[in-house]
Each structure stands twice: as structure tokens, then as C-alpha cells.
Design a protein. Structure first.
Ligand SMILES: [Zn+2]
Length: 283
């Protein structure tokens, strides 16, 4: 699943092309991908222009002022934008489908005149939802702190873990506490902070919490700088790929040497997730 940096990268790309545009049509190939019928969708968005595009947790929000189109890519979703000058995609690479559009995994095409946004999704867990302001507020309230928001303070970060007794990795994956972190960035942040994923929250010292708080922000920022992490050879039409994979310290590096100490990176299962860490550098 794309995590915060990958979704942020898509949002930044869409910000370059969507604001000021109006929806002129929609082809819906899989009914359940959208929460309203195409007729209602078009009727509601008639004469409305995209104001901006933003991200909340792992959700893309296309803001039409008083209406909002939310897109969640889940396990296999992909967005592809195509106009005269641009062709780019974000989210999950769809192996084998190439850049043929639409393809058998295309669930919806949103048209902005001759320009099109394709929503492809192999396993159909992803979704599009058109919400009003109240519904959006309810949706956003379910997610935890935004680790890159200006008001993401150490005090707030520390407070969400208060009274909890789980392992630190489990808590960091909990989207209602801190939003947008998944398996990759939790493993990387814990390595950077020198904390083992299995440690209990109650055992973590104040100094370690502070390190973790800084590590999460630094790891996410660096990943966004490199357009996130992509593991396949997939490239978009501009030849771009998420390059953060080169900077991963532990994730996907099982049995490889730790860059700091040279010991082999360990891999264990934690709540069904492959979990990577260095036994020497993380306490
Ligand atoms: Zn090490």
C-alpha cells in the first residue's frame, strides 16, 4: 500500500495539473469504486472547479470548494493522468498492463475535457468518494496526527501513546494515533531512532521518544524528496521512479549488512508484518 510519502508525491503531481479544471464526464467500469452514480457525480460537480489537491493520511483529496473527491488507493490502486503534455502515474505499479489506457484494471475515468484521470485497481479495494464538507470532516476525524503538519508537536506526539501498553511498532502502525505510516516508514523510523520494533511503549525513555519524533519527520521528508519508494522497475512516462529505495536502511534488507555497524539485518514477523531491524544498533 502506498504510504504517506507516495501519496504526497501523487498529490504534488496532481497539484500541477488539476486546479482550475472542471469535471466534464466520468466512465465508471466498476460500480463499487464510487459511492454515487455517475449521473449524481456529474450533476453535483457541474460548474465546479478544482480549487486544490491535498492529502489526509493516505487519502488524496481533490477539493472543489464545498465538495471533495476522495481517492484511496489501498493495496493495488493506481492513478494515471493523461493530457497533451503530461502522462504520469502514481500509486501501485500495475504489472503487465503497461501504459495501455484504459486497460482491464481501469475502474473509472474522470474526464476534464480532453484530459483524463484514470483510476486503475487490480484487486478493487481502492475507492473514490464524493463527500460534502460535513462528511469530509467526519472522515478526517478518524485519522490520527499528521506527522508533517506544522502543529505536529512533540507534546501531541507523546500524548497519543499515553496509557497504551502495546509494542511500539504496533502503535506506530495504528492510523488513529499517527496517520500515514506503514510498514516501510515505521521500520525505517525505528532504526533511525535506535529503538527495536518489539519494545513495549511503557519501556521507552523520554530521550528515545524525542529521537523517534525527530526520526519520523526526517525519514518522511527525505522520502518525499525522492518521490517515495517503489520496488519494481516501473517508470512513468517522464522516466521517474520513487528513488527512496536506495536510501532504505533496514526495510527489504534482510541479511544484508547494517550500514552503521556491519551486522546482518534481522527480519521477524510482528502482527503478520515482516519487520526489519538491526540487533546491534537498535535497543
Ligand atoms: Zn547496526
Amino acid at each position: 500500500m502506498p504510504e504517506l510519502p507516495e501519496v504526497e508525491t501523487i498529490v504534488n503531481d496532481l497539484k500541477d495539473v488539476l486546479p482550475g479544471k472542471s469535471v466534464t464526464g466520468i466512465d465508471l467500469f466498476w460500480k463499487k469504486s464510487l459511492n454515487v452514480t455517475p449521473a449524481i457525480f456529474l450533476n453535483k460537480l457541474k460548474n465546479k472547479k478544482v480549487k486544490t489537491v491535498r492529502r489526509r493520511a493516505k487519502t488524496i483529496i481533490i477539493d472543489f470548494g464545498d465538495l471533495f473527491l476522495l481517492i484511496h488507493l489501498k493495496m493495488t490502486g493506481q492513478l494515471v493522468w493523461r493530457d497533451k503534455n503530461n502522462l504520469f502515474s502514481g500509486g501501485h505499479p500495475i504489472v503487465g498492463a503497461g501504459m495501455d489506457l484504459p486497460n482491464k484494471f481501469t475502474r473509472a475515468i474522470i474526464k476534464f475535457g480532453s484530459q483524463k484521470l484514470y483510476f486503475n485497481d487490480v484487486r478493487k479495494f481502492g475507492w473514490l468518494r464524493l463527500l460534502d464538507k460535513k462528511e469530509l470532516a467526519e472522515y478526517e476525524a478518524k485519522s490520527g496526527l499528521e506527522p508533517l503538519a506544522k502543529d505536529f508537536s512533540y507534546a501531541k506526539f507523546r500524548a497519543v501513546f499515553q496509557g497504551r501498553k502495546t509494542k511500539i511498532k504496533t502503535a506506530l502502525l495504528n492510523q488513529t494515533l499517527v496517520a500515514g505510516l506503514g510498514n516501510i516508514y515505521v521500520d525505517e523510523s525505528l532504526y533511525s531512532a535506535g529503538i527495536r520494533p518489539l519494545r513495549l511503549i511503557t519501556d521507552i525513555s523520554e530521550i528515545e521518544w524525542k529521537k523517534l519524533y525527530q526520526s519520523i519527520k526526517a525519514v518522511l521528508k527525505k522520502s518525499i524528496k525522492y518521490r517515495g519508494t517503489s520496488f519494481s522497475d516501473y517508470r512513468d512516462a517522464k522516466g521517474r521512479q520513487g528513488n527512496f529505495v536506495k536510501y532504505l536502511q533496514v526495510y527489504g534488507r534482510y541479511e544484508k549488512k547494517c550500514f552503521k555497524c556491519g551486522q546482518a539485518i534481522k527480519k521477524i514477523r510482528l502482527g503478520g508484518r515482516g519487520t526489519h531491524y538491526c540487533e546491534h544498533c537498535q535497543k
